[in-house]
Design a protein around this ligand. Sequence first.
Ligand code: NDP
Length: 449
Amino acid sequence: MAVKLDEKLEPIYQEVLLRNPGETEFHQAVHEVLETLGPVLVKYPEFADKKVIQRICEPERQIIFRVPWQDDKGEIHINRAFRVEFNSALGPYKGGMRFHPSVYLGIVKFLGFEQIFKNALTGMPIGGGKGGSDFDPKGRSESEIMRFCQSLMTELYRHLGEYTDVPAGDIGVSGREIGFMFGQYKRITNRYESGVLTGKGLGWGGSLVRTEATGYGTVFFVHEMLKARGDSLDGKTMVVSGSGNVAIYAMEKAAEYGAKVIACSDSGGVVIDEQGIDIELVKRLKEVERCRISAYVDARPKARYIKQGNIWSIPCHVALPCATQNELNGKDAKTLVENGCIAVAEGANMPTTPEGIQIFQAAGIAYGPGKAANAGGVGTSALEMQQNASRDSWSFEHTEQRLEQIMISIHRNCYETAEEFGAPGNYVMGANITGFIRVARAMDALGLI
Ligand code: NDP
């Protein structure tokens, strides 16, 4: 980690390293925020005196539990699940659940930490939390996934509630899994508590636009970044990593803005379609048939599939990393910049390594970090909670307009804060400082918590 921390912040970081050994992703996420907070402590020394940063770095509560379940053949499996309730100064803990074999405490804590600032940026009354399990849904039948979700919720339910902790989806968790978890929560508690989970199906308390929200929001954000530079997405070529929930709807909205998406991927490889990715086809392959992206070329013979290819080596104007953490390193960033990339917005959480971020910033390209660029997902989850609380459901148009307003306001706040703190165009500083100040003020007002 090349960027040196302010002398007041370095000891705080050292303490985080000591207290959380081996949690490298969490260390990375904390370092990235601390790098930008030096000027905040100069302006607001009371936050240092009251040890607000030290308190923010320590989760309010961490839950780790066993999830036993039986596969279709009757064999017993034991997974481990987590819920990190990081900070509730602004509202109930809010953040998704991730099902992926790589999940361990360090991943959940990095995601939960990011979530605190992201949620603050939305301006909505939501605190930060995150959860997940090392369960691998790939290749599992629907009934296996249901049994796993039910077993997980049999423990998790006691920690949740619409005023306490409200999970949603993330990698490996979409409407289907939310349905299984909600069903079990309802069964155990005997309460139809719609506001306890977001990302629900439209027929049972979900919100229109929630499925699309993270991807759409990321494109609204990159549109705003380009607009601030007198440019637009129209006619730009774009590559989008991943082909899951975030990637699909980022591609859809980008095409509406006149961009041409020429590549997407999954963990197996990259698809390149110079004529423009056929988004309806990707939706069918990934959302309905749940198969690998390699199947794309069977339906589009002019497209190419590169097994284990590197999507960042494809020349483009705009790159949207929408798969996973640390998927874009310093070398990739250099290649993108050399190939003429002018904007990067993160649909995924922390997809760019610290070296990659430095290269983007040194090159002066528009770089939107995940906690700002992908906040539309959780922002729309908060809109889902509003609809649940008022037993109402809004139209697609109205909800999308609200999402767009949230993203415009996040962009404006990040932009103005970066200018105020002497770093114009630096959205990392803008996002971290805006989010931090909102949480810090609330923590201060609530006494020593
Ligand atoms: P999905 O599970 O729907 O899709 C994830 C995509 O990323 C898949 O194409 C997957 O490929 C790929 N991927 C996952 N892990 C890896 C890996 N290690 N290497 C390469 N590719 C990988 O998840 P989402 O689209 O919901 O989430 C994507 C990112 O967006 C995550 O970082 C998530 O935290 C973030 N995010 C999601 C939000 C949401 O509302 N869903 C909100 C805000 C952020 P494969 O299928 O082969 O594994």
